[in-house]
Ligand binder design. Structure first.
Ligand code: ZN
Length: 140
């Protein structure tokens, strides 16, 4: 089994936004030479997330609108009174969505559903962000 590790670096431009990273993940899978296996897409940031969704600009905004309804930026969050900044809402959104997604690699390609895309969610931008991608599998 081969293991190939790479990274995607992003500079987000909004307080909250969706960034479709499917093409970057696909490029890393292609560079890996792995034909059959899995790709783990992970971010170590605690105010961002990784997930799959239907690739659609309207749905991206609907998603953030709903997240804002579910987790409003409340000054009463204890984290906001500490030394780590007023971003408790961003941490909670991150943990609700998750930091990792695993996608199958088939015949050297990311085997997503027809409408699926891999997304990076920014909840506390703008910032420089790092996403790690680990591709594991067989090359033959
Ligand atoms: Zn914080």
């Amino acid at each position: 089994m081969k293991v190939f590790t790479s990274a995607i670096r992003l500079t987000t431009t909004e307080k909250a936004e969706e960034i479709n990273i499917t093409d970057q993940v696909e490029a890393i899978v292609s560079e890996s030479g792995i034909q059959e296996g899995i790709a783990v897409v992970f971010t170590g940031h605690t105010t961002a997330a990784i997930h799959l969704n239907n690739s659609d600009r309207d749905l991206e905004r609907d998603f953030h609108d709903l997240m804002n309804e579910l987790v409003p930026d409340k000054p009463t969050f204890r984290h906001n009174k500490g030394e780590y900044g007023r971003n408790a809402h961003a941490h909670i959104k991150s943990l609700l969505v998750g930091n990792t997604t695993i996608v199958p690699v088939t015949k050297g390609r990311v085997a997503l559903g027809q409408w699926q895309a891999i997304y990076f969610s920014e909840f506390d931008g703008p910032r420089n962000r790092l996403i790690s991608v680990k591709v594991m599998g067989s090359t033959g």
